[in-house]
Design a protein around this ligand. Structure first.
Ligand code: NI
Length: 251
């Protein structure tokens, strides 16, 4: 499996070597580490240079939009000469935490979409309670980058709209939560060919470890739940989602 969105640089309880060893024991072959803040760039470059099976993304999270400056465009372009930088992310809109700078979030999102297009890299999208604006901005500005709706949290209807655009849905631990009715419906309603597995570690830990720190090894719990919901096998979910990830990212 490939954990397509995992902040291993933010996991505190265990070392990176241990994280990767446990991941391997649990069939996770490759991991992609997104940036949230420009401060993460250094960590990500170090990780991808040190570990063969770790890849990175660069971008500024909407909640950190105030940390954006236009010099980052050249910095990202330079760092992305490393072929293990495989996407721009995580970028998007977050109207959940703080609505006071929505317009700034939009502006920074658009700049980074244009950068992804220029670099011909996929876009890993953070959309929290901002479905309509996120969709509209991507429709208007994205000129050909593949799109992943990381930690997808919309309705079945919204999922189908995204898939009509050819986008992918990142599905993780939330699907294992008993009360995640909408998420379970989404997973049953969309083609498996549009699903990517992710953990978003250290956040969103799946059942049965909910309440503890998440890690890439736990991506299997999302895969098992997806298999159960779709009446298929873990192996099929593993195979198809891995193929999907290899189609989206150059790994
Ligand atoms: Ni994340």
């Amino acid at each position: 499996m490939i954990d397509t969105h995992t902040h291993i640089n933010m996991i505190e309880g265990i070392t990176i070597d241990e994280i990767l060893k446990i991941a391997k024991e649990n069939y996770v072959d490759k991991l992609i580490v997104p940036a949230a803040n420009p401060k993460d760039f250094k960590d990500i470059v170090e990780l991808i240079n040190k570990y063969d099976n770790v890849y990175g993304m660069l971008g500024v999270h909407p909640s950190d939009a105030k940390d954006w400056n236009d010099n980052l465009i050249d910095e990202i372009k330079t760092l992305a000469e490393n072929k293990k930088i495989v996407a721009i992310g995580e970028i998007g809109l977050d109207y959940y935490w703080d609505k006071s700078f929505n317009e700034l979030q939009k502006e920074i999102f658009i700049k980074q979409i244009k950068l992804a297009n220029e670099l011909n890299l996929p876009i890993d999208v953070h959309d929290r309670e901002a479905h309509k604006d996120t969709f509209d901005i991507l429709k208007e500005y994205n000129t050909g980058s593949k799109v992943i709706m990381h930690c997808f949290s919309g309705s079945v209807e919204f999922a189908k709209e995204c898939i009509k655009e050819g986008w992918y849905l990142g599905i993780g631990g939330v699907v294992t939560f008993k009360n995640a009715i909408k998420m379970k419906e989404v997973v049953q309603s969309v083609p498996l060919e549009h699903i990517l597995l992710e953990t978003d570690a250290p956040y969103l830990t799946p059942v049965p470890f909910r309440g503890t720190e998440n890690q890439p090894a736990y991506v299997k719990f999302a895969a098992e739940e997806i298999a159960k919901l779709r009446g298929t096998t873990f192996e099929e979910v593993n195979n198809i989602t891995t193929t999907n990830a290899e189609r989206v990212f150059v790994l």
